[in-house]
Design a protein around this ligand. Sequence first.
Ligand code: ATP
Length: 211
Amino acid sequence: MRKSIGFFGGTFDPIHLGHLRLALELKQQLALDEMRLLPCYIPPHRASPSVDAQQRLAMLQLALNDCAELHWDARELQREKPSYTYDTLCELRAEFGADVSLSWCMGMDSFATLDSWHRWQELIGLAHLVVVARPGWKIPMTGPVADLIAQHRADVSCIRAEAAGKLVILEQRLLPISATEIRAQIQANESPQFLVPDAVWNYIRAHGLYR
Ligand code: ATP
């Protein structure tokens, strides 16, 4: 049977239970053999993260310590240049070969801006795109991203059937947790305990992050 691997990218600044829970649910719902979280180095579409790349990676590793189902992948940090999804997918495709099913997962907020991404029209040829609806974000109905949806939308069975080329939109319950709010809480001297894994909160305190 065709092997299938999912990738969930983000700044993870910091990683929180919303990210982790979604990654796990996606792995289960898509019946993936493997699910990897990929922190990006310098995200091209947003302000640079407020802590350095190695600290974001350390928090991700701590968060995944007790979870055999999810893995981390530091390739975008090692590249030490802007993280273009196109480059990452080319690298992954070269590594895994043409037959393995690759799924690039993202929230609707990220997907809505897809047409501003580097070589965005070529992404779907390299992997399936899996988009999770987020509260407040609607599926684009007009424009180039809407055209992409119309051409490539499929249901989850495509993930095993093909190696790339389909777009899956999922309505997932998302935990109402935001990294922006967590950073604001810490800055306001409030505790984000129970929104992030305890090991991550301990790391944030030990290193005085987000103050
Ligand atoms: P910020 O609040 O700083 O924008 P973020 O968590 O939205 O942080 P990222 O770390 O880049 O930003 O998010 C990575 C991915 O996780 C994105 O695709 C985003 O849609 C998704 N995501 C963010 N918050 C949640 C959540 N609570 N539940 C599920 N997915 C989330």
